[in-house]
Ligand binder design. Sequence first.
Ligand SMILES: Nc1ncnc2c1ncn2[C@@H]1O[C@H](COP(=O)(O)OP(=O)(O)OP(=O)(O)O)[C@@H](O)[C@H]1O
Ligand SMILES: [Mg+2]
Length: 272
Amino acid sequence: MNQEIIEKTKNKSKDEANKNLITKVNVNKLNLWYGDNQALHDINIDIHEHKITALIGPSGCGKSTFLRCLNRMNDLISAVKIKGEVIIDKKNIYDKDIDEVSVRKKIGMVFQQPNPFPKSIYDNVAYAALKHSLVKKGSACDELVEKSLRDSGLWNEVKDKLNHPGTSLSGGQQQRLCIARTIAIQPEVILMDEPTSALDPISTEKIEALMLELKQKYTIITVTHNMQQAARVADYTAFFHLGELIEYDETENVFINPKLKKTEDYITGRFG
Ligand SMILES: Nc1ncnc2c1ncn2[C@@H]1O[C@H](COP(=O)(O)OP(=O)(O)OP(=O)(O)O)[C@@H](O)[C@H]1O
Ligand SMILES: [Mg+2]
């Protein structure tokens, strides 16, 4: 086992010691097909509130597919069939009476490539909040923009150029802008699909530090190919393989004492 990973998991805060875990997202028998190709098989998982859960596994194992099920982003892909339940706050988000816009408001998403809108820094953050009528234009909106940019650790870098285009920022700053945009609509869960894979090490460090802060307020589910990152930030880790959830446990257990050989083989780099 990689010594560095062992040290990182050991050094993490042990808030699991007194487990007062609250399930934020409860997934039951989730199956997904793209046409005839089944990409997820009977996934069952309870994701804990105010924790960071990392999804790991080899390319094509279904991590992004699974993540997109949690805010109904797969609805946007034609020929997708989904069976099973994703229960958030006692409601199955796939129930007929639930509209997907409200789901996506509650469950925000940050993507691999920073993707700011072709708008100013200010408007990137304000846009969805105004659209959802969370604030009115004017001082309330200004305050929300400032708070969201402060909470995403970007305020000091952009406060004097809020009218500059979001795309004029560096990649790492753009990703923090996308996080600010996500938290501006006050979600409860934040999904992140390889949020740092396009970033340099310093920007990556800033996003990881930010994730650790954000978990106080939000539940974070993140996909990563970077084992060190999972070990550094995640309280829980879920290992996927060929569309199945193979092992899910506290990160320390998954990395140091995996229950299954397949997990160990992946963690130690024997495949993937
Ligand atoms: N839009 C789509 N249409 C059809 N098949 C898809 C689509 N998206 C993903 N798949 C298939 O579903 C399976 C899981 O893909 P997914 O993108 O979820 O994997 P992943 O674990 O996120 O991989 P990576 O680490 O490379 O991002 C793969 O076989 C993939 O080809
Ligand atoms: Mg993916």
